[in-house]
Design a protein around this ligand. Structure first.
Ligand SMILES: Nc1nc2c(ncn2[C@@H]2O[C@H](COP(=O)(O)OP(=O)(O)OP(=O)(O)O)[C@@H](O)[C@H]2O)c(=O)[nH]1
Ligand SMILES: [Mg+2]
Length: 204
């Protein structure tokens, strides 16, 4: 009896943990975004932009939003490091794909790297948040312009959105994370990952 109540208590009060991959080509602003996410959503001060160096390994950031814990995995985007991305796909609930919206000469590279991510079987059904970053710069493309440019095919049933953000001043970041949490909570991908981890209802 006790274990039934304990199971129920745990089920109701434990926060769901979501793993979110932050991908994008080098210099898109992924690590700067991660640091801003931490300062917007927790009391922790993130690293200031001038202390951030290009990522070679993995940066991890944790925040809590409403009833959920989010663990972000930020990977390096240099061409030689992109082959590491797929090692994290299986465990990811969702993907944030960051693009430097002020650098049109790299849109093609960003597009083909994203298409490759979307083709991978291990990311099937993962919700996708595409960020048109660096909106603080006057020549940055808007979310709509970027969406038109990328003209993504093969999104099939995937839930996705384009958002305009600035990892410098924080524009659009709160709304983006709220969207992500909402879609992850009701995504089939989350159900699938839960089932695989053996997490079920109160009896578990
Ligand atoms: N103006 C502006 N610059 C930004 C913004 N976000 C990042 N940057 C700058 O863009 C450059 C690259 O930022 P990073 O966060 O290191 O980029 P990254 O995507 O993590 O790069 P890799 O780790 O090499 O994959 C740095 O000079 C940042 O200061 C932004 O929102 N606005
Ligand atoms: Mg980085």
């Amino acid at each position: 009896m006790f274990s039934l109540f304990y199971g129920l208590w745990k089920y109701i009060f434990s926060k769901t943990e979501f793993h979110v991959l932050i991908l994008g080509i080098d210099k898109a602003g992924k690590t700067t975004l991660l640091e801003k996410l931490k300062s917007v959503h927790s009391n922790l001060e993130g690293l200031p932009p001038d202390r951030i160096i290009p990522t070679v390994g993995l940066n991890i950031g944790r925040i809590e939003v409403a009833n959920s814990k989010l663990v972000f995995w930020d990977l390096g985007g240099q061409p030689g490091l992109r082959s590491i991305w797929e090692k994290y796909y299986e465990e990811a609930h969702a993907v944030i794909y960051v693009i430097d919206a002020a650098c049109p000469s790299r849109f093609e590279d960003a597009k083909s790297a994203l298409e490759k991510v979307l083709r991978h079987d291990d990311l099937q059904g993962a919700p996708l948040l595409i960020l048109a970053n660096k909106q603080d710069l006057t020549d940055a493309a808007s979310a709509e312009e970027l969406a038109r440019y990328l003209d993504l095919k093969k999104l099939d049933e995937r839930v996705y959105i384009f958002e305009a953000v600035s990892a410098y001043d924080g524009m659009g970041i709160k709304e983006s994370v709220e969207w992500l949490v909402e879609v992850m909570e009701r995504s089939k991908r989350t159900e699938m990952l839960r089932a695989r981890a053996g997490v079920t209802g109160p009896g578990a």
